[in-house]
Design a binder for this molecule. Sequence first.
Ligand SMILES: Cc1cc2nc3c(=O)[nH]c(=O)nc-3n(C[C@H](O)[C@H](O)[C@H](O)COP(=O)(O)OP(=O)(O)OC[C@H]3O[C@@H](n4cnc5c(N)ncnc54)[C@H](O)[C@@H]3O)c2cc1C
Length: 458
Amino acid sequence: MGVVGGHAVIMGGSIGGLVAARTLSRRFTSVTVIDRDTLPDGPHSRKGVPQGPHAHALLISGRKKLDELFPGLTDELIAGGAVPFDPGRDLLFHQMGGLRIRFTSGQLGISLTRAYLEHAVRRRVTALPNVEILDRTAVSGLFGVSGRVLGVDLDDGRRLGADLVVDATGRSAGRTERWLEQLDCPAPKTTTVKIDVGYTTRVMHRQGGELHGDALLYLMSAVPPHDKRAAAVFAVEGDRWIVTLGGWHRSHAPVDPEGFAAFAEGLPSPHVAELLARTKPVDEGNAERFLYPAARRRWFEDLKKVPAGFVALGDAICSFNPLYGQGMTVATLEAVELGRCLDRHGEATPAMARRFYRAASRVIDTPWQMSTSSDFMYPETIGAKGIGTDLMNRYVRQVMMASHVSVPAHRVMLDVQHLLARPAAVVRPDRVVRSLIGARRSPAHPASTGSGAAAGLS
Ligand SMILES: Cc1cc2nc3c(=O)[nH]c(=O)nc-3n(C[C@H](O)[C@H](O)[C@H](O)COP(=O)(O)OP(=O)(O)OC[C@H]3O[C@@H](n4cnc5c(N)ncnc54)[C@H](O)[C@@H]3O)c2cc1C
C-alpha cells in the first residue's frame, strides 16, 4: 500500500463516503468527510438517506469486503442484534411461481437495518485518528483551475483545500454534472432504465416462530411479465421485522395499514400476510413510502477529459434498481478499487481517475447487467436493452424454475446474485443442460401445471 500524503475531502458521509474514508485514511495524511445532514449518534434513520427505513440487503460479497476493511465488524453487528443466516437454508426465496429448494450454502449473511449498518461503519470511521467527519455542512461547489480540482466550497463560507475530492453525494440528478461543469469538464453520458419501482415499509415486532422459523423472505420476479409485485421481509436487530412491499411499474403497495395488509394477502406467497396477521406494528401510523423511478449509470470511463484531484463513487456513478440489493456492496468494492489505483499512481492525477473509472466500471458491469436485464422481463421497462437480453432472460427463467428443485441451480443463482461468481457461471454448458432438465421438474413449469399459469416462461 502506497502513501499518497496530503488531504482528501469526501463529499457525502453515507455508506459510499464512509468506506472511501476507510481506504483513503490509509493513504492520505488527513481525510475530511462532509455531510449536509445531521448524523445521528445512534442507529437511526436520517433525512439525507430517505431510503434508510426500507429493507436493505447486504450481499455476502459486500459483507466480506466490509469485514476486511473493518475487522470484526460482522461479529460486532451480530453481537448487537443483527440476524445471522445462511442464504441457502434460512431464506424463503419465492420466484417464478415457486420457492427455491433449501440447502446449506455455508455462506454467512447478516440481516439488519440500514441505519444500524451505517451507524456501526460510521463509528469505526470516526475512531480513525486521521479522519474528521463534519456534519450539518453542505458542499456548495468545487474550486480549482481548469482541469484540476483544488478543494471544496462549503455553505458556511469556508473553503477546504484538498489533494483529492471524492463525490459520494448519491444519485441526485444533475449535482455531479454541475460539479464537473464548474471545472470545464464535460458531463458523462448517462443511461437510465425506467422501472417505476415503489417501496412501502412497515416495521413489526418479532416474537419468534413467524415465517416458520426462517429469518428472511424474498419475493422477486414472481411470474414476469404478469406479476410485477415484490416483497422483502427481514428479521433485524431489536427483535423486529422489516416488511417492505411493492414492485415494478406502479405495482406499489398502499401506505395505510389496511391497504398494506390487503396487498400482502394478494401476494403469491401466503407467508407475508400470515406474518402481518401474527405480529404487531412498532408504529401504528401509515407505512413509509419511497418511489424509485429509474436506475441510472454515468459513464465516467468514456470521458475524454477527466479532472485531476476528483473522482465520483457509489450512487454518484451508478444507482441500481434497489430490489436487487447491490448499491452498498458496489460502493464498497469501488472504494477498494480507488485505494488500489492511488497505490499505483501515487497521486490523484487524471490518469489515476481514468484508471479508477475503468476499475469501477468492471465492478459495476455485472450487477448492472444482471439487474437491468431482469428489469426487461417487464415490457413496460424503458431504456436501452442490450442485444440478446430477451434470449438470456428466457434461459434465466429456466434456471429460476430449476432452482425450485435443483440445489446446483439454486447455488449458482445465489453465488451470482451475491457477486461471488460471474454470470458466466450460469451459462456453463453442463449447467445449461441440467437447468433445462431441472426446470421441467419444477411444479411451476407449464408442463407440470398444465394450466398456463406460468405462460411466457417456457
Ligand atoms: C429504496 C432503496 C432501497 C435500497 N436497498 C438497498 C439494499 O437492499 N442493498 C443495498 O446494498 N443498497 C440498497 N440501496 C442503495 C443504497 O442505499 C446506496 O447504494 C447506498 O446508500 C450507497 O450510496 P452512496 O453512499 O453513494 O449515497 P447515499 O447513500 O445516497 O448518500 C449520499 C450522502 O451525501 C450527502 N450529501 C448530498 N449532497 C451533499 C452536499 N452537497 N454536501 C454534503 N453532503 C451531501 C447526503 O446527506 C448523504 O448522506 C437502496 C436504495 C433505495 C433507494
